[in-house]
Design a protein around this ligand. Structure first.
Ligand SMILES: [Fe+2]
Ligand SMILES: [Fe+2]
Ligand SMILES: [Fe+2]
Length: 415
């Protein structure tokens, strides 16, 4: 597999967050750039700068798991909840552990932070406060209900010294924002993030093991938005791996298909939770909104260098061999074995899961649906055949994986 770099991956995930609401378009990118622009004035090491920038690019990730609308910037209504939700999503990942704390505290006033409830190191407190400040700068200059000029903004921020923001954070912001370059960089939507941040960010390629861990962690962000999707991606990934093994794919391809399975519904971040939870079949218009997720998948995964092959498998899971699928209506030989396997794994997992308006199908019903879809030329007959030949075994594997995922989901939602 080609190398995938940490900055590209985090940036890809950050871009996916943008699709949730137009109210926040560009917010994570701008806060990331602002933090990266201030970092050199503080003489941060590359490791510290990377932790700060990763936290900035992902800082509102918890808001996307919550069942409230981001339109109209409701962040302010519920500051601590989305911060602690973000912490819960990020804390388990070894590369994101410090960033997780920065996210946790990104709305905690400095005077509160000084009590240091989690006994973390002092740098973490300071970086989270810096992130808090840069987040506020973006809200006040770009997306809030009242927009202020840089001059006015600097005046407002300086009034909060040592209450909400530390003196040091304010001084760093004042120094960086006194130069026009700071404001130009934040506004720059054209230059690739790697060019803007690469110097500051101590980048590294991600070992395959870590990448798998990342994709699993990210499948939680995708799935945990709704009880009805809570176990979907992991179920699809596991089924895809088993089918790939049965179809004779080698171990490396099996690992790649697990990655694709974990990420295949990344575009669902753009689908409102109300649709995922709707206790009735979707209207035509609503179905179109849901279909858009396959397009978002392409936008996000194809933007991560090194993930191109995985992106093809992942984002073609709604294409059908007879050309009746989406987003492109590709057909037959245009769809590789990996794409065909993911399509079967996705349908099989979806129909056996409970949905808000129906229970999961029992094996007999599921087999009938799959047989029909094989006959109509939607799904690959050979793969359906493999699935049927090994049905009991696959069904046990799927149930076990999904039961574990459901436990994780309950734990995630319970505290
Ligand atoms: Fe926030
Ligand atoms: Fe924010
Ligand atoms: Fe999907």
């Amino acid at each position: 597999m080609k190398d995938v770099y940490l900055l590209d991956l985090i940036n890809g995930i950050s871009n996916a967050l943008d699709y949730v609401s137009t109210a926040v378009t560009g917010h994570h990118r701008r806060v990331g750039i602002a933090c990266a622009t201030v970092a050199p004035t503080l003489g941060l090491s590359k490791t510290d700068a990377a932790d700060l920038i990763m936290a900035a690019l992902l800082h509102d990730i918890g808001a996307f798991s919550l069942n409230f609308s981001l339109d109209g910037l409701n962040f302010d209504a519920d500051l601590t909840e989305h911060a602690s939700m973000g912490f819960k999503l990020l804390e388990g990942h070894p590369l994101l552990n410090r960033s997780a704390y920065l996210v946790k505290y990104h709305h905690t006033p400095w005077r509160e932070l000084l009590k240091n409830p989690d006994k973390v190191d002092k740098d973490i407190l300071f970086f989270s406060n810096l992130l808090n400040l840069m987040d506020r700068v973006d809200v006040l200059s770009k997306i809030g209900t009242n927009i202020f000029s840089p001059h006015k903004l600097r005046e407002i921020i300086s009034g909060y010294s040592d209450t909400i923001y530390s003196e040091r954070a304010i001084a760093a912001f004042m120094e960086a924002s006194s130069k026009q370059e700071f404001w130009d960089r934040i506004e720059d939507t054209e230059t690739p993030i790697r060019e803007l941040l690469g110097e500051t960010f101590g980048d590294q390629s991600i070992p395959e093991e870590q990448l798998l861990h990342f994709s699993r962690f990210f499948s939680h962000i995708i799935d945990f938005r709704s009880r009805h999707t809570a176990t979907h991606s992991l179920g699809v990934a596991e089924m895809a791996v088993e089918l790939a093994r049965l179809a004779g794919m080698d171990a490396a391809d099996q690992r790649r298909i697990r990655l694709a399975g974990n990420l295949h519904d990344i575009g669902k971040l753009a689908v409102p939770v109300t649709l995922l939870d709707k206790p009735a079949p979707l209207t035509h218009k609503e179905f179109e909104t849901v279909q858009y997720h396959a397009h978002v998948c392409e936008q996000v995964l194809h933007s991560i260098p090194g993930m191109e092959d995985i992106a093809v498998w992942a984002c073609q899971h709604h294409e059908r061999l007879n050309g009746k699928g989406y987003p492109h209506g590709r057909r037959g030989s245009e769809l590789s074995l990996g794409s065909r396997i993911l399509a079967v794994a996705d349908v099989y997992t979806a129909i056996t899961e409970d949905r808000p308006y129906r229970d999961g199908m029992i094996p007999q019903e599921a087999k009938e649906v799959l047989t029909t879809l094989a006959k109509s030329g939607d799904l690959d007959q050979d793969i359906i055949h493999l699935l049927f030949e090994n049905y009991e075994n696959l069904d046990i594997i799927r149930s076990l994986v999904q039961a574990r995922a459901l436990d994780d989901f309950k734990r995630f939602r319970s505290h």
